[in-house]
Write a protein that binds this ligand. Structure first.
Ligand code: CA
Length: 227
């Protein structure tokens, strides 16, 4: 698993790189935005970890640039403060997740596992349910009955992937949160419903017969309606 870490605080970068190395990650470090962007464009990485405040180019600018180039490598943004604007800006620029400094290493590792799990589990194979299919690596949701496709966010993709891997099973909000974020966090439970609602809208948008059914007091299930 290859990681690029772009962080200008050299002691922090070294410490992180060493810790990640012990977890069997192969880490390249860059200490400024310009060389960080160059490495992100040229290297074959599984995840990019970008600090926001960097000399040269910010983490937002790096993420925005590589997304415009069509590079879909997952991005974990490191923000200095728990500023909501920063998070929104980060996600808008193409980041898949963010972590507020200071953070615990085990939290960083959990986020990295969540971001890379997709590649580990099903390299290149499509998940199919009813009239929809997901192609890992593309974030595209395709509907065979309407012939339409839509781009999914990382989390919408992950939600459908979890449901498709657990077909005909009812999943609780807690199970979904644990699988989406890779760790237990009470605050994320409510976010599950927000992402479920985004995902439902995408399913409706492409005219799929598949729906995420809420079963009161029990959880959620992926179902095919035959209306
Ligand atoms: Ca910095």
């Amino acid at each position: 698993m290859r990681l690029l870490l772009v962080e200008d605080e050299t002691r922090m970068a070294e410490a992180l790189s060493e810790l990640l190395g012990m977890e069997q990650y192969d880490v390249d470090v860059r200490n400024d935005g310009i060389s960080g962007l160059e490495a992100a464009q040229c290297g074959d990485y599984d995840v990019l970890i970008l600090d926001v405040m960097l000399p040269g180019l910010s983490g937002f600018e790096i993420a925005g640039s590589i997304r415009r180039l069509g590079i879909k490598t997952p991005v974990l943004m490191l923000t200095a403060k728990s500023d909501v604007d920063d998070k929104v800006k980060g996600l808008d620029s193409g980041a898949d997740d963010y972590l507020t400094k200071p953070f615990e290493v085990k939290e960083l590792l959990a986020r990295l596992r969540a971001l890379t799990r997709r590649n580990v589990n099903a390299p290149g194979s499509a998940f199919v349910f009813g009239d929809i299919s997901l192609i890992p690596g593309t974030f595209e949701l395709h509907c065979t009955s309407s012939g339409q496709s839509v781009h999914l966010s990382k989390r919408e993709f992950r939600i459908l992937e979890i449901f498709m891997a657990n077909q005909n099973q009812i999943l609780t909000r807690e199970q979904l949160a644990l699988q989406i974020w890779g760790y237990e966090n009470e605050a994320e439970y409510n976010n599950v419903e927000v992402y479920l609602s985004f995902t439902r809208k995408k399913l409706a948008f492409i005219g799929s017969h598949v729906e995420i059914k809420a079963l009161r007091g029990r959880g959620y299930e992926l179902r095919e309606s035959h209306v």
